[in-house]
Design a protein around this ligand. Structure first.
Ligand code: HSE
Length: 345
């Protein structure tokens, strides 16, 4: 029996997920059927027996594209997808709203309340309602998984949840935004901030409006998720002080101050639990000495150093962005769901 997926959002990430599923039909792809797709711009398509993945993938990314699929329409229909008896799991990959997490948050609530597990790469729902969504999932006997929201396919959330039995996390520090890390590397080689951002856009790392990447707002959302999940905090983005790269003097980045040990500037997101239980978190540029594992993380790569009582720091390094990498995170969540339901490992 396959698990029937309803895809919400049919941009780069869910299209990349379809690519993985069709490329691995004889393997993990065979565990899943896509029975519904809904996208605000491209419309929707529903087929109880499963949509043809080759056909889906050939659709151009244009307004109303899903109309030409079987059961297709030019209109998105997230409500019908969430209510559909032919959808077991909702795979949510729409754009993050950094202010309220909507409309993804409402959609996740509706899906969980309807008894469907949710897998998402969207930061918004986990930032603004992590505890509520986990509790709602538990109430309805389903699951809410969001590995792709932090460090794309690099499985930091799963590692922290499953690979440290007995560990009590006291804090973390991370390079949590690939674009800004790439930009800092270029500034280190003498480029101005504006030149480096243009290069990042040319390379496809930065958003069309790169402000959230460069000013630390994207990293701040990831800090909130990590602090709330790993340190039991209850932070909102406004609780996290945030500085970006625009205040940095490029000469400072390119050249070490006289007498200073060799080092590198990094945009660091961090949080610390204090003995009284309070959790403090911030995002800002820091000059790290070269023996810090985070100092060696270059280009669009991300890394997270977790601090655990009785263990000390451990660092996980890997891709932090990219459609295929984020789609891989969705796949990893889907496979965990399958295993949780006792149909595979
Ligand atoms: N734009 C982000 C980055 C990836 O550059 O890391 C999505 O959070």
């Amino acid at each position: 029996m396959t698990i029937r997926l309803g895809l919400v959002g049919f941009g780069g990430v869910n299209r990349a997920l379809v690519d993985i599923l069709r490329g691995r039909r004889d393997d993990v792809g065979g565990y899943f059927t896509v029975t519904a797709v809904s996208d605000l711009y491209q419309g929707s398509a529903f087929a109880a027996g499963g949509l043809d993945l080759d056909l889906l993938r050939e659709l151009p990314l244009v307004r109303g594209a899903l109309e030409s699929a079987p059961g297709g329409s030019t209109k998105a229909d997230n409500d019908a997808l969430v209510a559909s008896p032919d959808v077991d799991v909702v795979v949510e990959a729409s754009v993050t709203d950094p202010l309220r997490g909507e409309p993804a948050l409402t959609l996740c609530r509706a899906a969980l309340s309807a008894g469907k597990s949710v897998v998402t790469a969207n930061k918004g729902p986990a930032v603004f309602a992590l505890r509520d969504l986990l509790a709602l999932a538990a109430t309805h006997g389903v699951h809410f998984l969001f590995e792709g929201a932090v460090m794309s396919g690099t499985p930091v959330l799963r590692a922290a949840r499953l690979a440290y039995p007995g560990a009590k996390f006291s804090g973390f520090r991370g390079v949590l935004n690939g674009t800004s890390n790439y930009v800092l590397g270029r500034m280190e080689s003498g480029a101005s901030l504006a030149e480096a951002v243009k290069e990042a856009q040319r390379e496809g790392y930065a958003e069309a409006d790169p402000t959230a990447d460069i000013e630390g707002h994207d990293a701040r959302l990831k800090v909130v998720i990590l602090a709330n999940l790993l340190l039991g905090a209850d932070l909102r983005p406004s609780d996290v002080a945030c500085d970006g790269l625009s205040g940095l003097d490029p000469r400072q980045v390119a050249q070490a101050p006289a007498g200073a040990p060799p080092g590198r500037w990094k945009l660091i997101g961090r949080a610390q639990r204090h003995p009284d239980g309070r959790v403090e978190a911030e995002v800002g540029p820091l000059r790290l000495e070269l023996d810090d594992p985070l100092a060696g993380v270059c280009g669009p790569t991300n890394a997270l150093t977790l601090e655990a009582d009785d263990l000390g720091p451990t660092t996980i390094v890997g891709p932090g962005a990219g459609r295929a990498q984020t789609a891989f995170a969705l796949l990893s969540d889907l496979l965990e769901l399958r295993a949780r339901h006792g149909v595979g490992s």
